[in-house]
Design a protein around this ligand. Structure first.
Ligand code: FAD
Length: 400
């Protein structure tokens, strides 16, 4: 291709790392603006131009059916299940289904590279996005980097490398921007393997969370907000520390989450072909959403390596969500003995399976709706997708 017919975006310049981002405080550092694809940012950025329904229709052949509550919550999907690897990958976030699918796709030649995120040598939680070309490089990206991660910063390298078949692993805001520029990438086939994502933080915010919540912040290698209503911290020596959600120091932690995440309504990664999380599955299992035929093709690659069971649902989340709205607003923190007791009770009688997933989605969407209404009232109408408005409308929110 000559300079004359080279696409317009190649003439754009990536922003310097110190420059203010187009989405300003709402930037989730997805990495798009670190490349010449910044040319498309006004259309592509999830926080400037929310367009989930339009991109769902392009990607999956339809957008959410608003008559169907399962679609409100979990997005377009053709199958859903709980799964776990028969032989888990040691050190993966859960059982390593994400890493295993990526490795299979590479080994079978379905893709030439995999966008994923390793960590830097100096810091296990500092994200370092790469295009992996070997199974070892994919394995080295296992486990969550629980921080905003510029996964799309490697997009220029894809075009330069001449790669035609690619797998991208990422969270919702990264994938929304990716789908918006997909046609400009010059690929023959793009596969997208997503994870749900919520309450992400900057590296500094992560430190504050660890320092405020764990007894030994410097030895934490992994953590997860689990279905048993506790945060599980795994330490270097293999020990597990648990802290009940209700004992978190909400007042201290109120401003720890990135503003982008406080305005996000794409918890379940609506635009990925296949989503692998945990929150709709029983404790210890992962939760899989197959959104389209491409996602099914990806899942089929590992069917001999996983066991599956149907998803189930029990309990009623609604009272707990309604009560959590003013409690969060007031920054209520229970004494640890009461938090532990509440944790035990709610684990016994509280929502489970898909109802737990709905509990988590409802709690975050009501909180985020209020955050947008209070801080970005001019964005409320266009930024909150219709399915999220319906979810939020089930609850009574404070007037202001
Ligand atoms: P592994 O095989 O360990 O692979 C993990 C993959 O995640 C790697 O390929 C890596 O490239 C990618 N990755 C790591 N960090 C990031 C990042 N910051 N941005 C983009 N990609 C990354 N699931 C839920 O059900 N509910 C939640 O609330 C939830 N919150 C999450 C929050 C964050 C910040 C992240 C990254 C994930 C979250 N997940 C959530 C997904 C879940 O924690 C697991 O990642 C998922 O189940 C896959 O587990 P695994 O063992 O198969 O992954």
């Amino acid at each position: 291709m000559t300079a004359v017919d080279s696409p317009k975006h190649k003439k754009a310049k990536a922003l310097k790392s110190t420059s203010r981002r187009p989405a300003k405080d709402l930037c989730s550092e997805c990495g798009l603006c670190d490349t010449y694809y910044i040319h498309y940012v006004k259309e592509a950025c999830a926080f400037i131009n929310q367009q989930i329904a339009e991109l769902e229709a392009e990607t999956h052949g339809r957008s959410r059916n608003l008559e169907n509550q399962d679609d409100w919550y979990f997005g377009v999907h053709q199958d859903m299940m709980a799964a776990r690897k028969k032989q888990p990958i040691p050190g993966a976030q859960w059982t390593g289904i994400v890493s295993t699918i990526a490795i299979e796709m590479l080994n079978r030649g379905m893709v030439e590279g995999v966008v994923c995120v390793q960590n830097t040598k100096e810091d296990r939680f500092q994200p370092m996005p790469i295009i992996a070309r070997t199974p070892e490089e994919i394995l080295a990206a296992k486990v969550n980097k629980p921080t905003l991660s510029p996964n799309l910063s490697v997009l220029e390298q894809i075009e330069q490398s001449g790669m035609k078949r690619l797998l991208v692993i990422g969270v919702g805001c990264q994938i929304q921007a990716l789908r918006a520029v997909e046609k400009q990438l010059g690929l023959e086939k793009l596969y997208v393997l997503g994870t749900p994502c919520v309450d992400n933080v900057t590296r500094a915010g992560l430190q504050k969370f660890l320092d405020t919540t764990s007894k030994s912040p410097e030895t934490v290698v992994y953590y997860e907000f689990m279905q048993d209503f506790r945060v599980h911290f795994k330490h270097e020596d293999g020990s597990i520390e648990t802290v009940p959600f209700f004992g978190l120091n909400t007042k201290e932690l109120k401003d720890v989450f990135a503003p982008s995440c406080m305005t996000c309504f794409d918890y379940v990664n609506s635009l990925a072909d296949l989503v692998v999380g945990y929150m709709g599955a029983p404790f210890g299992w992962q939760w899989i959403l197959v959104r389209n035929d491409t996602g099914q093709e990806m899942l089929d690659l590992v069917k001999d390596q996983i066991e599956t069971q149907p998803v189930n649902s029990s309990g009623d989340r609604r009272n707990a969500v309604q009560q959590s709205i003013p409690a969060y607003d007031k920054g209520v923190t229970l004494p640890m003995w009461a938090a532990k007791l509440m944790g035990v009770v709610i684990e016994k009688i509280g929502p489970k399976g898909l109802e737990y997933a709905r509990f988590s989605i409802d709690s975050h969407f009501t909180r985020n709706y209020l955050y947008v209404k209070r801080n970005y009232p001019e964005k409320l109408e266009a930024h909150v997708p219709e399915y999220a408005k319906r979810i939020v409308n089930q609850y009574k929110l404070p007037e202001s």
